[in-house]
Design a protein around this ligand. Structure first.
Ligand SMILES: Nc1ncnc2c1ncn2[C@@H]1O[C@H](COP(=O)(O)OP(=O)(O)OP(=O)(O)O)[C@@H](O)[C@H]1O
Length: 299
């Protein structure tokens, strides 16, 4: 066990892929030992090792995909609640960094050194962690989900409905959903375009950052609808009205989604397919450095 150790995991290919040397220099200047990934899943291994080694401060320089890999590694070592994690954004969308009020790479390094720490909820879906969102109803085309061109043009969620559904004639998913809402079980059954489960972000009303410390998911279930429908467009723009027809909004602490067919879902961008997906919320499990504009209770 190293006491007071600082380690950083840098994905040199995130975003525009031109930040690695600069990031490494800044991080070393703050006492971080730096490891660079050389390919997919490397950050999972580094995260696992950091957890096993008892690293106390772990900076992650990359986008949401890299953060997801590191969290998976920490979870493998049963150490998700152990290190204080600093997010140093240099990905394409950087949704988590945005929600935490971390502006850019330089700001992320500064905060990783001495920023305020908050305890943030972690979602667990199918046994694996996510912090931003888990979306069911995405076709199993990994190349589309990973396309940074689509992401930068439409944002991470825009293409879920407007892009993918129209491009592939996506049919929707047949689901049964059971959710724990204020201690009671609520159910939903039918054909859905998608199920959007937000931890760090919400999809209803003005969208944006969700309360990340309440132990609850912001869930939007969007009924199946023809492509081009206004609700599909609203999802594309990440804004669904509270009372929009065809959209069910709940705030749940637990969720089970079951289908007759395997359902593909994206956990912070990582795709997986399950016939039954259980989602639980580990309230305030992860210690994260946040920026000065971070709002623990957004409206
Ligand atoms: N050295 C590497 N070369 C190529 N791919 C890598 C390397 N290291 C990690 N990866 C992969 O790159 C993927 C994408 O990285 P990341 O999500 O950080 O960037 P992004 O897609 O640009 O940003 P965002 O997810 O915020 O939009 C990761 O999921 C990981 O599997």
């Amino acid at each position: 066990m190293q006491v007071g150790s600082r380690r950083a995991i840098v994905n040199p290919q995130s975003g525009t892929g031109d930040h690695a040397d600069y990031a490494e220099r800044l991080l070393r200047g703050r006492g971080y030992a730096v490891e660079q990934t050389t390919g997919p899943e490397d950050a999972v291994r580094f995260g696992r090792e950091a957890g096993a080694d008892g690293v106390s401060e772990l900076a992650v320089c990359g986008g949401d995909g890299t953060i997801n890999e590191v969290l998976r590694g920490l979870a493998d070592s049963d150490a998700l609640g152990e290190p204080t994690v600093g997010v140093v954004p240099c990905g394409t969308a950087n949704i988590l960094a945005d929600a935490l009020g971390i502006r850019d790479l330089r700001h992320g390094v500064e905060l990783a050194d001495s920023g305020p720490v908050r305890e943030i909820d972690v979602g667990v879906a199918g046994g694996k962690p996510f912090v931003v969102s888990c979306i069911a109803g995405l076709p199993a085309d990994a190349s589309l989900a990973a396309s940074s061109d689509l992401k930068s043009r439409f944002g991470t969620f825009a293409f879920v409905v407007t892009g993918v559904q129209e491009a592939l004639g996506f049919d929707g998913i047949d689901i049964e959903l059971a959710a724990t809402v204020a201690g009671r079980t609520e159910t939903w059954e039918g054909e859905a375009t998608c199920v959007l489960v937000g931890n760090a972000r919400k999809f209803i009303e003005e969208g944006g950052q969700a309360d990340m410390e309440d132990g609850l998911f912001d869930v939007a279930i969007v009924d199946k609808m023809p492509a081009g429908n206004l609700v599909a467009e609203a999802v594309g723009h990440r804004v669904l009205g509270q009372e929009t027809d065809g959209v069910t909004h709940i705030r749940a602490s637990e969720l089970t989604v079951t289908g007759p067919e395997p359902i593909t879902f994206s956990r912070d961008g990582e795709l997986a397919t399950h016939e039954r997906l259980e989602l639980t919320n580990e309230k305030r499990l992860l210690s994260l450095r946040v920026g000065p504009t971070y709002d623990p209770t957004p409206g």
